[in-house]
Design a binder for this molecule. Structure first.
Ligand code: F6R
Length: 241
């Protein structure tokens, strides 16, 4: 793992966007694995700036998002489809047909998970996967568990994740209870991984992820086994290093 120290969230966002910019320049038709949540917002803003300045061309880029709430339609403003559209896709020249997100409205979870794995396989795998880090060590919606989930699957969200995500909904009761997520195996197959971590509330878990034992109780700890992981964290998140 390569660990880069950023001064603050803006610095982190610029550094992360630079990694993605370099990836797209080196391979214009690359497959980007994308994440939602607060962590990548600044990165997406910076990518939009690069696009507007003429430095970044998304016309051949393909994307696959990590996860989606089960039961939320695309036009629900809390769906991850909506998030990606609002915070990145509608601002750049990406072909929407080349963007992929699990279909939260597919009721047959086995069918949807297998379909999504096939989508990623048909893309030829992910070149660069962007990840945020949950307070409990989750990546995607791979929550702490007894084993590492291999492929895309349907998960029951833990109380701590429902609590963390309720800020985006009218109340905790409105947070969906399930989500479709790439598995740990799916994520680990990405050729490169970029993990971004910001804020002092992530300091302990980041320490556990990088220095602790590899365990499904801290799902992101498995990244220690991946051969090409870049971690960019701000000073606050690195408080325990
Ligand atoms: C989002 C995702 C989640 C988040 C994580 C951190 O697609 O898969 O794993 O990356 O919950 O969320 P934030 O960035 O909001 O702290």
């Amino acid at each position: 793992m390569r660990l880069y120290r950023a001064k603050d969230y803006d610095d982190l966002s610029r550094k992360a966007a630079n990694v993605i910019l370099a990836q797209v320049i080196m391979k214009p038709d690359c497959v980007l694995g994308l994440a939602t949540g607060s962590s990548p917002l600044g990165t997406y803003r910076q990518l939009i700036e690069y696009f507007k300045a003429g430095d970044l061309d998304f016309s051949k880029v393909k994307t696959a998002n990590l996860d989606e709430y089960r039961g939320l339609p695309r036009d629900n403003d809390q769906s991850y489809y909506y998030f990606m559209h609002e915070n990145l896709f509608k601002h750049v020249n990406i072909n929407m047909a080349d963007t992929n997100i699990p279909n939260g409205m597919e009721p047959d979870s086995e069918k949807e998970c297998l379909r999504y794995e096939q989508v990623i396989a048909d893309l030829g795998g992910i070149d660069l996967q962007l990840l945020g880090l949950g307070h409990n060590g989750h990546i995607g919606f791979n929550e702490p568990d007894d084993t590492f989930a291999k492929i895309t699957h349907c998960v029951d969200l833990t109380p701590s994740t429902i609590e963390a995500n309720k800020r985006f909904f009218a109340s905790a009761d409105d947070v969906p209870r399930q989500a479709y997520t790439m598995g740990i195996g799916t994520i680990m197959q990405a050729r490169r991984i970029l993990l971004i971590v910001s804020g002092k509330d992530k300091a302990q878990i980041l320490c556990d992820v990088i220095n602790g034992p590899i365990t499904p109780r801290v799902p992101a700890s498995v990244l220690q086994l991946h051969r090409d992981v870049t971690v960019i964290a701000d000073e606050a998140a690195l408080a325990k290093f």
